[in-house]
Design a protein around this ligand. Sequence first.
Ligand SMILES: [Zn+2]
Length: 291
Amino acid sequence: MVALGVDIGGTNARAALVERSTGKLLSTVKEPLSDRTPAGVVSVVRSLVEKVGAGHTVEKVGVGVAGMLRGDIVVNAPNLHWRDVDFGGPLAKALGRQVRLVNDLSAAAWGEFRGGAARGVEDSFTVFVGTGVGSAIISGGRLVQGATGVAAEFGHVKLVPDGGRLCGCGEYGCLEAYMGGAKLTEWMAESGVTGTPSDLERQAQEGVTTAKGIYDFAVGHLALSVANQVTVLNPAVVVLGGGVLSRCPGMVRRINDVVLSRASAASRSSLQIRMAELGDDSGLVGAALLA
Ligand SMILES: [Zn+2]
């Protein structure tokens, strides 16, 4: 039995056939998203699904999207600049198959649960820092989705009681307004610190004052926010991943240190913190298996 998954990223869309029992990737295809309008993305996904799904009768396709979702509706996808877009309906029509939209981090966490760093672990908290900051909660072996489907939007917890930097979601003071490749480098540039988050980490470690100020605020708040989630959720495993965390070992060390000292003692007594194992494939595998 095979499953079909799609991952819509910031720059590319990918589709894959996945073996249902093992989560193994059987084949993948990828296309750039040159036209990010809903119609443009529908047409790219249709072409990918036609390629990878040819000869396979898969009735339902799982589609991971970076954004807040409600059923077929993409409520807010900052990377695509979409607000309240009916994406699932037109996509299902174009594919001639049923579609389940899933938040990209929910898909990634599910992939890691079924075949990666949290394999078989029924209570996990997954945090990815890439372009933005996302998370997913698996509790008792089920994805926590919330009353309206937008639970675990960890990038949009607030770091300050009032105001703060403007986030891509349109609100102020979110974690993602300070952390994640997009907003962190924007903040760095405004402050005269050039380069990538890895460059920021290096300069902070060398003691460059401006760099250290930004780094300590952004990474310190990320780490403390993870610790607070551990206190609330009491996961068995925290899974860390995404491009920024995989390239910035100092950030991962800081998260480890802060979680193991600032999460409540009871919630962290048997906690493990692990790096994601499936890399860019976790979301594809998870989307397919969630369909
Ligand atoms: Zn936000």
